[in-house]
Design a binder for this molecule. Structure first.
Ligand SMILES: [Zn+2]
Length: 286
């Protein structure tokens, strides 16, 4: 989106709403968010009804932007500040909104990024989703402290120009300790974030949380592979993850997938992509 186009739409609520509607109904055709039926009647008060399943809804029903209670104009302004990587408190100042309101909205954006990742259903509908507070389309906003269940371990795959952060199935922190102690897998830390040297086809394993520092053997004669790369994802992510030190370990997968997204789109404006995600349907089990 051209900056001037953004400026034009952010000026008033009606215009901001029109822009968001163009993302909600791409191609201009409305459909039922529940059964996806294409025959929809307009009722009074901007409500719509599905001819097939009789579900009554409105334009934003079932979509990420319907969570959080922001007006279309505030969403636009907030997504722009999110693109610029402002902290929640600076966003709240600039928008004149309460900290908690902005925190919720930013969390919704992060969930929408996760929901549009390649491995979205594995993340949202498994153990990771439960830990994040994702419950079949509902998002729990206050999640503090350490993960209650197991700590998810991600494998980093770096390719020239892009990266994939893969949830490694059945991989546990205990296994990382085991590979470290018995097979000299180098393990190092960045605050609460633990990462390893190359492992199988991954450039590193990475996780956050679990206070196991004392369990790792220090393998001094080796630098983890990620730290030897002059550029790439880890270089991009490291400074950003330093800021993460104050954030709950439970939310780590949301931040990691956000960084994957930002890195893979670092040479383009992410504003239109974020609006597409925000206007997409919140995934549920069928
Ligand atoms: Zn329907």
């Amino acid at each position: 989106m051209h900056p001037r186009e953004y400026e034009r739409h952010v000026r008033c609520e009606a215009s901001a709403r029109r822009l968001l509607l163009s993302y909600v109904w791409k191609g201009g055709k409305r459909f039922c968010p529940r059964c996806r039926g294409g025959k929809v009647y307009e009722l009074s008060d901007d409500r719509l009804r599905c001819a097939a399943c009789r579900y009554t809804f409105h334009d934003f029903s079932g979509r990420f932007l319907n969570v959080g209670g922001l007006s279309p104009r505030d969403w636009l302004r907030l997504v722009r500040l999110f693109e610029l990587e402002l902290t929640v408190s600076r966003m709240a100042d600039q928008l004149g909104l309460a900290y908690n309101t902005v925190y919720r909205a930013v969390t919704v954006i992060r969930f929408s990024i996760l929901a549009n990742a390649l491995d979205a259903s594995q993340l949202l509908f498994g153990e990771v989703g439960r830990e994040l507070g994702y419950d079949n389309g509902r998002m729990v906003m206050s999640r503090s402290g350490e993960p209650g269940g197991h700590v998810p371990v991600f494998g980093i795959i770096e390719k020239p120009g892009w990266t994939f952060l893969d949830l490694v199935p059945d991989m546990r922190v205990e296994h990382v300790v085991h590979f470290n102690m018995n097979f000299s897998l180098k393990v190092t830390r960045l605050g609460k974030i633990v990462y390893t040297d190359r492992f199988q086809h991954y450039d590193a394993l990475m996780f956050c949380g679990g206070d196991d520092a004392w369990r790792y053997a220090d393998i001094l004669d080796r630098t983890p592979y990620l730290d030897t790369l002059p550029d790439g994802f880890w270089n991009f992510a490291r400074t950003r993850l330093r800021r993460f030190s104050g954030v709950s370990a439970r939310r780590f997968p949301l931040y990691l997938k956000e960084l994957e997204f930002r890195y893979n789109h670092r040479n383009e404006s992410i504003l239109p992509i974020l609006l597409t995600f925000l206007c997409s349907l919140v995934p549920k089990y069928e």
